[in-house]
Write a protein that binds this ligand. Structure first.
Ligand code: CMP
Length: 147
C-alpha cells in the first residue's frame, strides 16, 4: 500500500554533513521525496511537535537539541513507507544501533539515544499529523523545495 511518512534530518545530521548520504539511501530504497524544506524550529514548535514526550525526563534536552540548528524535513512516499523508513533508520538509541543494526542510518550518523540524526513517523496517524504540522500549519521554511 502506497503511504507517506515524515522524515527529519536533525541538527546533528545537518551539522555533520550527513544529508547527501541519507538522501542517497532514501532514493536508492525506492522512496520519492514529495516535499522538503529546511526549518529552524523554535522552542514552542519543537515542544509542540514532541508533545507526546512532554512528561519524559529527556524532554527539555530534546527541545534544546532540536532547536540547536536547522533541520531538513521531507515527505517520503513509497509502498509501506512508514515501517520501511523506520526499518532503514534503525533503533532510537544510536549506541545500540551501532551494535545491533550496523547498516542502519542511525548507526551511520547518530551519536546516542538523543542525538540520533534522523526521525521517522511511528504510525500512519503520526505521519499524517507530522506532515500537516510541517507543511500545513508551518507553511514557510528557511528553504522550501517543491518536487
Ligand atoms: P525521535 O524518533 O525523533 O522521537 C523522540 C526523540 O526523543 C528521539 O528520536 C530522540 O531524539 C529522543 N529520545 C528518545 N529516547 C531518549 C532517551 N532515552 N534519552 C534522550 N533522548 C531520547
Amino acid at each position: 500500500q502506497i503511504e507517506r511518512t515524515l522524515a527529519i534530518i536533525k541538527p546533528d545530521g545537518l551539522f555533520g554533513n550527513h544529508t547527501d548520504a541519507v538522501k542517497k539511501i532514501i532514493l536508492e530504497s525506492g522512496f520519492r521525496i514529495l516535499k522538503e524544506k529546511i526549518v529552524q524550529l523554535d522552542q514552542e514548535s519543537a515542544a509542540s511537535f514532541y508533545a507526546e514526550h512532554s512528561a519524559r525526563s529527556f524532554f527539555h534536552s530534546l527541545v534544546q537539541y532540536m532547536t540547536s540548528g536547522p533541520v531538513l524535513v521531507m515527505v517520503l512516499e513509497r509502498d509501506d513507507a512508514v515501517s520501511g523508513w523506520r526499518t532503514l533508520i534503525g533503533p532510537t538509541d544510536a549506541i545500540k544501533a551501532k551494535i545491533t543494526h550496523p547498516q542502519s542510518i542511525r548507526a551511520m550518523c547518530g551519536t546516542d539515544a538523543e542525538k540520533n540524526c534522523v526521525h521517522g513517523s511511528d504510525s500512519s496517524q503520526s505521519a499524517q499529523r507530522e506532515i500537516s504540522f510541517f507543511f500545513d500549519s508551518m507553511p514557510s521554511g528557511l528553504q522550501d523545495i517543491e518536487h
